[in-house]
Design a protein. Structure first.
Length: 38
């Protein structure tokens, strides 16, 4: 029972972490691409 109750929370937590990481990575990537290098 504990394992079943823990699993969905872990999946949701992983999804949120991955989503935030992808968004931050995308923003940094876009910023670095848009910034003109001297």
């Amino acid at each position: 029972m504990e394992a079943k109750n823990f699993r969905p929370r872990n999946v949701i937590f992983m999804t949120v972490v991955v989503g935030v990481s992808v968004l931050i990575g995308q923003a940094i990537y876009v910023l670095f691409i848009n910034v003109p290098f001297p």
